[in-house]
Design a protein around this ligand. Structure first.
Ligand code: ADP
Ligand code: MG
Length: 327
């Protein structure tokens, strides 16, 4: 069982940042309003995620650590309208096969907490009582300790942490209402406070993207039928030499989608320095039935059913916003 999971891990777990992404997405799916991420040595020593979500009942701890044990798809219909972030039921089993993973959880409805560890070649799950507030902690130690080839691929502590920081930044933008705290080697590095009001949201965007971005950004908000595009686009003068401040979200998922990026670039077209990239944070929402999100395991790409229409909607919204600003 461990070997099969390790093979699956090759797809899901590329480096510490991918572990952070999967675990934080699980916390979000569990309805957490606060997520704490503790990293040691760029994640190679420890990645610990603590949330205040709905938790996992004792009887389901073993299941949560086994492959294809997603609690998120109950029927084929669900596949058509996936609202949750994870739905393949592989992350925990995969991560646990290439690390020392401890899962501790206390659902509100359960009197005390329980802890689960999968050990040995057949990944037998041991369960024992534990102390934990409402919610879940997943402690991942010694990532890739038993897959030396992968461990060798890890970069320096600093580089791996930079990747984690970027993953957390993208998630912080996708879930503005959730408080997220990130620490490295015992020191708090980021504190993204949950934001609800317009003012708080602007502050949150500034804390993730920098005050410079917000100071040079134009707010955008367009609706057409069931399409909704909103967020901030930077004035053309605030262009970047790299594509490092362009964030787009489709139905709350972070995406690097060619169609969206193309639509935005086209809208900026002649206004940008020829080798500049526009900076933006854009949220795009549409009916779940009008988009496929599962085209790639890393889930960064989507397929819009009315691609041309979506492209033109985004392009003209951005173009109009830039035009209005100029007028
Ligand atoms: P998936 O997210 O694709 O369902 P995972 O392997 O990531 O698969 O997680 C397996 C299951 O464990 C989830 O379906 C969920 O029921 C449970 N789970 C994982 N993390 C958490 C968490 N932080 N809080 C509550 N339940 C969790
Ligand atoms: Mg998951």
């Amino acid at each position: 069982a461990r070997l099969a999971n390790q093979i699956a891990a090759g797809e899901v777990v590329e480096r510490p940042a991918s572990v952070v992404k999967e675990l934080v997405e699980n916390s979000i799916d569990a309805g957490a309003t606060k997520i704490t991420i503790e990293i040691e040595k760029g994640g190679s020593k420890r990645i610990k995620i603590t949330d205040n979500g709905k938790g996992i009942v004792k009887d389901e701890l073993t299941l949560a650590l086994s492959r294809h044990a997603t609690s998120k798809i109950k029927s084929l219909d669900d596949l058509e309208s996936i609202h949750s972030l994870g739905f393949r039921g592989e992350a925990l089993a995969s991560i646990s096969s290439v690390s020392r993973l401890t899962l501790t959880s206390k659902p509100v409805t359960q009197e005390s907490a329980w802890q689960a560890i999968a050990v040995g070649r057949d990944m037998q799950v041991d369960i024992k009582p534990a102390a934990h507030p409402d919610g879940t902690s997943i402690d991942v130690e010694d990532l890739f300790f038993n897959t030396p080839a992968r461990r060798k691929f890890l970069r320096t502590e600093k580089t791996e942490f930079t990747h984690i920081d970027e993953v957390v930044r993208r998630i912080a933008l996708s879930k503005l209402e959730i408080t997220i705290i990130l620490s490295h080697n015992g020191k708090v590095i980021r504190q993204y406070r949950g934001a609800k009001t317009e003012k708080q949201i602007e502050k949150r965007i500034a804390s993730v993207c920098g005050q410079g971005f917000i100071d040079n950004a134009i707010a955008l908000d367009f609706k057409h039928d069931n399409l909704h595009l909103w967020g901030w686009i930077a004035k053309p003068e605030f262009y970047r030499s790299q594509n490092d401040l362009s964030y787009s979200y489709v139905n709350d998922r972070m995406m690097r989608d060619k169609l969206i990026n193309h639509a935005i670039r086209q809208a900026y077209a002649d206004r940008l320095n020829h080798d500049g990239y526009p900076a933006f944070v854009l949220f795009f929402n549409l009916d779940f039935a009008d988009v496929d999100v599962n085209v790639h395991p890393a889930k960064h790409e989507v397929r819009f059913h009315q691609a041309r229409f979506v492209h033109d909607f985004i392009c003209s919204a951005v173009e109009q916003t830039l035009n209005n600003e100029q007028a």
